[in-house]
Design a protein around this ligand. Structure first.
Ligand code: ZN
Length: 203
C-alpha cells in the first residue's frame, strides 16, 4: 500500500440534544454508539466548506484522485482512504447504557428560547442529551506524505458544527477535540498542521 498511514483519535461532545432514528439505535442495554457514517457525513460537509474557503477546486463527487474530498471520503463506487469507526460513549460519571440516557419518551421537548413546551415527544426518535462525550478514531492511508489531507481532515473535524444532518433526524450540535494524530506512526502537532493548511503550504 503506497502513501502514509494515518491514525486520528478524537472526542465528540454533544452540545445540544442529538436525536437519532430508532432503527439506528442500538438494542436496549447495549453501549451507546454514534455510527461512524454519521460523523463521516458531517465531516465531509465540513471539509467541503473549508475547501471552498481555501479556494480548492470544487468536488464533483466523481472520485477524481486529485480531489482531496473524494480521496478522503470516497465517491460513488470509490472507497474513501479513511475508515471511520463508530464512536463509543466515554465513561464520565454519567450512565453509559441506553435505557439510562435516553430521554425522548420521558421528557417533553422544551423550546428554551421561549420557555414553552415544544410539543409532545416524537414517537420515532430517541435522543442523546447534551454533555455526552463519545470517543472515536479513524485510520487509513493518505496520499503523499499525508499532511495535506490530514490537515483538511483535522480542520473539518474541529469545525464540525453538528452531526445527524441538522434535519428531522436531529440538529445535534457538537464540539470536537482531537487527542492524537499520527502520520506514518509519528505524532503530529495538530495546530502546526492547521497553520500549514491555512497558509496553503501543504495544499
Ligand atoms: Zn471530489
Amino acid at each position: 500500500m503506497s502513501g502514509t498511514s494515518l491514525v486520528l483519535e478524537f472526542a465528540v461532545q454533544t452540545v445540544g440534544p442529538l436525536r437519532v432514528p430508532v432503527l439506528q439505535a442500538p438494542m436496549a442495554g447495549s453501549r451507546p454508539l454514534l455510527p461512524g457514517a454519521t460523523v463521516k457525513g458531517a465531516a465531509r460537509r465540513s471539509a467541503a466548506a473549508i475547501a471552498t474557503v481555501l479556494g480548492l477546486p470544487p468536488c464533483r463527487g466523481d472520485g477524481d484522485p486529485r480531489c482531496s474530498l473524494c480521496r478522503l471520503f470516497g465517491a460513488a463506487g470509490v472507497a474513501g482512504a479513511v475508515h471511520w469507526s463508530a464512536a463509543t460513549l466515554a465513561e464520565a460519571g454519567h450512565p453509559t447504557r441506553w435505557p439510562d440516557i435516553l430521554d425522548a419518551r420521558r421528557r417533553h421537548p422544551v423550546d428554551r428560547a421561549l420557555g414553552l413546551s415544544a410539543g409532545p415527544p416524537l414517537p420515532t426518535r430517541l435522543a442523546f442529551p447534551a454533555g455526552l462525550r463519545f470517543q472515536a478514531s479513524l485510520d487509513g492511508w493518505l496520499a503523499g506524505d499525508g499532511r495535506a489531507d490530514a490537515a483538511l481532515l483535522a480542520a473539518a473535524l474541529l469545525r464540525l458544527p453538528y452531526v445527524g444532518g441538522g434535519n428531522a433526524a436531529g440538529f445535534g450540535r457538537v464540539s470536537v477535540a482531537i487527542s492524537r494524530l499520527r502520520l506514518a506512526e509519528e505524532a503530529q502537532d495538530v495546530d502546526a498542521l492547521l497553520d500549514s493548511l491555512l497558509s496553503q503550504e501543504v495544499v
